[in-house]
Write a protein that binds this ligand. Structure first.
Ligand code: GLC
Length: 590
């Protein structure tokens, strides 16, 4: 989102080179075979080589499946708030009561191979499934606790084993989610504050008796495990954390997330339900998101994301250099609802045509593009840019601002049809014919015949001196702002700007010095004081709260632009009384 992209192409070679091997598409991946190893052996498998397949993959399936799919969000005739896998907690259901769902868990329609093939045809390259969620029920034949799918349900099948086998057969990477700290069933697990019959033991004891043996079993008895996905970090003894963490060395090449506990950053960051405004260069990150409202199956949940949102999310995340882990929620019969199946199919169809613009790509070298997103596979001598067009231009002219390198050729991935490119000043203009081949995202591959060069293009004042600076092109000066969410609201991109310690700034070209009214266009219920400054001129304006959160334009003050040239406008929230709202853009009016 930087609007100060250096003209240097070197930066982009290094991004390209640190990315990944290409061309695994279509072919089954070569899986790292399981073998026991020592910690030092594990250390030798460098982070970069361990992460290579994951970067290539870009898209995975998350699965929340457990005995909570039996009540499916309803308890005692009431729909429980929140995500369905939290029902035991939200409904304050005693262990003995909740355990009855195990006796009813009989997913006779479950077919591991069908399941894996569904993910595969959606274009997903890995699966991460809940081996044990906070409820403490083990979805595999646990040797540490009989409260598991083999010993405590009429189904008696080790569904994790079946999935692991199916994944190996179909070239799908396989990973486990494991809730290591919370366990509402074990007397030493964290989180159960309602069960009065629970005779408490220490957390260390729970880790020793249950978590460690279970994690060890998962990492030694289930074939090659690509990912270990910890959840809900809590304060634990160092001994417990080290004990858990060291187990991952049992699978050389395994990737872990950042949710084991403080001081254990893992290999990648996790963003839950949110797409960050921008991805930090050189960091590994993944957005996990349910396909509807709940992670676990909830019968009343009909809030499925549309195929448009899902596909554009995947594109948006790839354009920022991240991975997308999309969650589905099997029912107590072991099936997915048609609503999920249809959406997976829609993504799969799009990926069949456009997958090469996702797999193995790295982050866009451009600041926000008004019509869509960009991903890239750049090389030292050129390589490809992929333009994902969300809004097909009515006049057939698609402008890529800042592209200076020579274009060798351009074509639509959907049809192979050539697209003419013509440079116009500091931009490249592509001539598109007819209608968009895909209403969700049409992809144009642009092959460069020389190293990438991008001009730093700054927004400039219009002839009357006015200028509109959108949040999408703001420079963000804190992690907090970077992690805020971008949401599409019509064609306006707006950010939840929730933190008073996160200034935003814009560089822009001043061509008409003078006195200007500065206004902010905001929405959302919150409010607070905002300081706006350009050079030595500043003012403080107040966004008043608005119960309904309606979109409103607020005058922040009057500022003077002194000389012509590049200037910086900075917006700084004042801490006192601040509550977050959504900022769309700021504008200067003569
Ligand atoms: C949270 C929730 C959990 C869900 C997870 C997915 O940690 O507690 O229910 O499994 O997020 O990211």
């Amino acid at each position: 989102m930087k609007n100060t992209i250096p003209v240097l192409s070197a930066l982009f070679f290094s991004l390209g080179a640190s990315s990944v091997a290409q061309g695994a598409e279509g072919k089954p991946d070569v899986l790292v075979p399981y073998r026991s190893s020592t910690a030092s052996e594990q250390a030798r498998v460098s982070t970069e080589s361990r992460m290579a397949w994951w970067h290539e993959a870009k898209f995975g399936m998350f699965v929340h499946w457990g005995i909570y799919s039996v009540p499916a969000g309803e308890y005692n005739g009431k729909t429980q708030p929140n995500s369905a896998e939290w029902i035991m907690n939200r409904g304050r259901i005693p262990i003995a009561e909740y355990g009855k769902f195990a006796a009813q868990f009989n997913p006779t329609q479950f077919n591991a191979e069908e399941f894996v093939l569904r993910a595969k045809s959606a274009g997903m390259k890995y699966i991460v499934i809940t081996a044990k969620h906070h409820d403490g029920f083990s979805m595999f034949g646990s040797k540490a606790s009989s409260y598991n799918v083999v010993d405590a349900t009429p189904f008696k099948r080790d569904v994790m084993k079946e999935l692991s086998n199916a994944c190996q057969k179909h070239g799908m990477r396989f990973g486990f989610y494991y809730s290591q700290a919370q366990d509402w069933h074990h007397p030493g697990g964290m989180g159960n504050t309602w069960d009065k019959d629970l005779k408490r033991v220490s957390t260390d004891e729970y880790i020793r008796e249950k978590a460690i043996p279970e994690v060890k079993q998962l990492l030694t008895g289930y074939g090659p495990i690509g990912i270990f996905w910890w959840d809900t970090p809590r304060k634990m003894s160092k001994e417990s954390m080290d004990g858990l963490s060291s187990l991952t060395a049992l699978q050389p090449g395994i990737i872990t997330n950042d949710r084991l506990g403080e001081g254990y950053p893992g290999d990648h960051q996790t963003f839950e339900r949110k797409i960050p405004v921008e991805g930090a260069a050189g960091q590994n990150w993944e957005v996990c998101m349910p396909i509807s409202g709940s992670w676990g199956f909830k019968s009343s949940d009909t809030s499925f994301l549309t195929p448009t949102t899902l596909i554009r999310n995947l594109v948006d995340i790839a354009s920022k250099g991240g991975n997308y882990l999309l969650n589905v929620s099997p029912t107590a019969q072991g099936t997915l609802l048609p609503a999920s199946i249809e959406r997976l199919k829609a993504i799969g169809e799009w990926m069949k045509v456009n997958g090469e613009a996702i797999y193995g790509t790295t982050a866009s070298p451009f600041p926000a593009l008004p019509w869509g997103r960009c991903t890239q596979k750049l090389t030292a001598s050129g390589g490809s840019l992929y333009l994902h067009v969300f809004d097909w231009p009515a006049d057939g002219k698609l402008t890529l601002p800042g592209l200076r390198s020579k274009v060798q050729s351009a074509r639509l991935l959907a049809s192979g049809q050539a697209v003419a490119a013509k440079s116009a000043g500091d931009s490249m203009v592509f001539s598109l014919e007819g209608k968009a081949p895909d209403a969700i995202a049409s992809v144009i591959e642009v092959k460069l015949s020389e190293p990438l060069q991008v001009a730093a293009l700054l927004p400039a004042q219009k002839a009357d001196g006015s200028i509109k600076l959108s949040v999408a092109i703001a420079d963000l000066h804190s992690e907090v702002a970077r992690h805020a969410t971008l949401k599409a609201a019509g064609d306006v991109w707006a950010a939840d700007w929730l933190h008073p310690d996160a200034p935003l700034s814009w560089q822009f070209k001043v061509t008409k010095p003078g006195t200007y009214t500065v206004r902010a266009v905001v929405s959302g219920a919150g409010g607070g004081k905002l300081k706006v400054a350009i050079g030595a001129s500043s003012a403080v304006g107040e966004i008043t709260r608005e119960e309904k959160g309606a979109k409103r334009t607020v005058v922040l003050g009057t500022l003077t632009l002194t000389g012509a040239g590049v200037q910086t406008l900075t917006l700084t929230p004042e801490n006192a009384g601040w509550t977050g709202f959504r900022l769309h853009h700021v504008e200067l009016l003569p």
